[in-house]
Design a protein around this ligand. Structure first.
Ligand code: C5P
Length: 399
């Protein structure tokens, strides 16, 4: 299941050098079955050709206000009506100024005025232009009506370092999903832990596990899309920080516990997805342990704190605690025991010994277990598992 299947995205490309990056954005959207239609301003056509865009979207590109389309419906009205979301990227200072003044002198600005769909504006321009008080004033004005994605900092095409860069294309892609999503978690604070913990043996060695963090990061992304304020406490992973999610990186179970304690008293939903090391070395050597003459080296391990149990002492009234159980045998039986022992509202069980689910995979097959029953789910993407967790909380009236 793809929650965005067939959504209509109208992209407006204006005359900025970052226009070429929109080709990648279109590819991401088309790959996930969005229907993409593009309006290009006259200056946009100086940077990239409508033919390139048309080839990528598979749809005609619109450039003229007064071209009648086949079914003789007025162009800007038909695009404005079919849009689920309009995205203007890159948005130049010029188009921002026009939108702020209600000017409608080309197809793009006319469609912006005519649409009832949410409009996402992604400015990109020279640093001095972005800092110009008139542009600042215009942005302030249009942010009352539209969603603005602030530009990133970096080396700009004009050779200057500063703010004004088009945000990364996958962040714009994620922002489109945020804009399109219903917001059942609005006003909720969600704390997610993800990835493995690392327990150091000496300065160069550690004990850890195969957790990739993919499941927890998917939960953080989905919670953000659904309107929550999300904090992610992450162990070491190779994943990109989820867009719009306050992310803190930690190493050990102790670090993870301490970081979570900073947020737990305000948390409405805790999703404890991290694969925490149960044991850690009794002591960490200050210097690298040298190879000795013996064939054996004994490492003494001691138990780590159970983070879920410790955090339950600070659980806010009405808060929901969700744990994960990664099992290789008797998955369900062990999970039910954990639900009780750790005083959880839900436990998500996955058998990590399966070929297509669990650690490092993009898909998962889980069972959601609560005090009132269980819901086995078929194999699905980790993102879809995340949606199912939040949907299930709703169906049980837990949120
Ligand atoms: O007991 P077990 O490790 O199987 O339980 C898994 C659940 O408990 C996960 O949600 C995990 O994040 C959490 N956990 C924890 N602290 C530990 C070990 C696991 O919070 N020390």
């Amino acid at each position: 299941m793809n929650r965005f299947n067939g959504k209509n995205i109208i992209i407006g490309i204006t005359g900025g050098i970052a226009g070429y990056k929109i080709c990648d954005l279109i590819r991401l959207l088309v790959k996930e079955n969005f229907n993409v239609e593009v309006i290009m301003t006259k200056s946009a056509c100086e940077f990239i050709t409508p033919l390139t865009i048309q080839t990528l979207t598979g749809n005609p590109v619109y450039t003229e206000l007064f071209t009648l389309i086949k079914e003789s419906k007025i162009g800007h009205i038909s695009l404005a009506e079919k849009a689920d979301c309009m995205v203007i990227a890159p948005a130049t200072a010029n188009v921002i100024g026009k939108i702020a003044s209600g000017i409608a002198d080309d197809l793009l600005t006319t469609t912006v005025l005519a649409t009832k769909a949410p409009v996402l504006i992604v400015p990109s321009m020279n640093k001095n232009m972005w800092e110009n008080p008139v542009v600042i004033e215009n942005i302030k004005k249009i942010s009352k009506y539209h969603t603005i994605m602030n530009p990133a900092e970096g080396l700009l095409a004009c050779g200057v370092y500063g703010s004004g860069k088009l945000p990364e294309v996958d962040d714009i892609f994620e922002m489109i999903k945020i804009v399109l999503s219903p917001k059942p978690l609005l006003g909720k604070k969600v704390l997610v832990t993800a990835g493995p913990t690392i327990e150091e043996i000496d300065p160069v060695r550690f004990i850890s596990n195969y957790s990739s963090g993919k499941m927890g990061y998917a939960i953080a992304r989905v919670a953000k899309r659904l309107g929550a304020e999300v904090v992610l406490v992450s162990g070491r992973t190779a994943l990109k920080k989820p867009y719009g999610v306050e992310t803190h990186y930690v190493k050990s179970a102790k670090d993870m516990l301490n970081k979570c304690k900073e947020f737990i008293e305000d948390t409405d939903i805790l999703v404890k997805c991290a694969a925490v090391a149960d044991y850690k070395p009794e002591s960490r050597a200050d210097k690298k342990i040298k190879k000795g003459k013996d064939n054996k080296l004994t490492l003494n391990l001691i138990k780590n704190p159970d983070i879920l149990f410790e955090l339950s002492k600070y659980k806010k009234k009405g808060a929901i605690f969700i744990g994960f159980a990664a099992e290789t045998e008797d998955a369900e039986k062990n999970a039910i025991q954990k639900l009780t022992n750790k005083n959880l509202d839900m436990i998500v069980v996955n058998n990590v010994a399966e070929k297509d689910a669990g650690f490092e995979k993009d898909t998962n097959r889980v069972i959601l277990i609560t005090k009132t029953g269980k819901l086995p789910l078929p194999l699905m993407t980790k993102e879809e598992v995340a949606y199912n967790i939040f949907d299930h909380l709703k169906s049980l009236s837990l949120t």
